[in-house]
Design a protein around this ligand. Structure first.
Ligand code: FMN
Length: 206
């Protein structure tokens, strides 16, 4: 029995391709794995706050030196980290925005990447504390950034997600991409269909 945390971050609701693919995967996963618990977080419509000055005070203070204000500032981070650590798998739908991830997802990452909670700083350097988890990123983009194409070097979305999840210990990651969403109806439908087939296979076993 596993807990799957499903995150979407497009604000486009019903029109969002990344959210549609992610929701479809979650529904198929639930059908094939009825014993699992699915938790949903919609950052596109319910964004989390940015890191503030008091947040940084709270995140760096020990439990004994918190003030009421610093405790309040990191309360959302505590909640999001608990939700994150309680899950065994992460399924995250991510549109490409300006060659990277949407700021709503970055704000959530800033809340859950925290010293002493999801990574440690030791004598030998940084250590990820989030062990034995799997992440599936379902990405979409208007253009095509496939390896070997001229635009590949401009894809900061996938390398960044690999780096930051790896930093906290989540190294078992997989990407399924529907690229070319703005490259004509045929190209978009072909790319989306291919992603759907891959995701349907993964919803049986991943
Ligand atoms: C603010 C914004 C920035 C975007 N930046 C890029 C980009 O840098 N490269 C790209 O290929 N597509 C870009 N797109 C297109 C989206 O990645 C594409 O339409 C994607 O399918 C949107 O995901 P969604 O359907 O889940 O909302 C951008 C779209 C928006 C709204």
């Amino acid at each position: 029995m596993a807990t799957v945390l499903v995150i979407t971050c497009s604000p486009r609701g019903e029109r969002s391709v990344s959210s549609a693919l992610t929701t479809r995967f979650a529904q198929e996963w639930a059908r094939h794995h009825p014993q699992d618990t699915i938790r949903l977080r919609d950052l596109g419509h319910h964004p989390v706050p940015h890191v503030s000055e008091m947040w940084i005070v709270g995140a760096s203070a020990g439990a004994d030196s918190q003030t009421a204000a610093s405790r309040e500032a990191i309360a959302i981070s505590d909640t999001l980290i608990e939700e994150f650590l309680a899950a065994d798998r992460y399924v995250i739908g991510v549109p490409m925005y300006n060659l990277n991830i949407p700021s709503t997802l970055k704000a959530w990452i800033d809340q859950i990447v925290r010293a002493g909670r999801t990574f440690a700083v030791g004598p030998t350097g940084y250590e990820g504390l989030v062990k034995n988890k799997k992440a599936l990123f379902i990405t979409t983009s208007g253009g095509n950034y496939t390896a070997g194409t001229p635009l590949a070097a401009l894809n900061f979305q996938e390398p960044y997600l690999r780096a930051i999840f790896g930093f906290i210990g989540v190294t078992d990651v997989r990407f399924v991409t529907a690229a070319g969403m703005n490259q004509g109806r045929d190209e978009a439908a072909k790319s989306r269909g291919k992603a759907e087939r891959t995701l349907d296979d993964l919803s049986i076993s991943w």
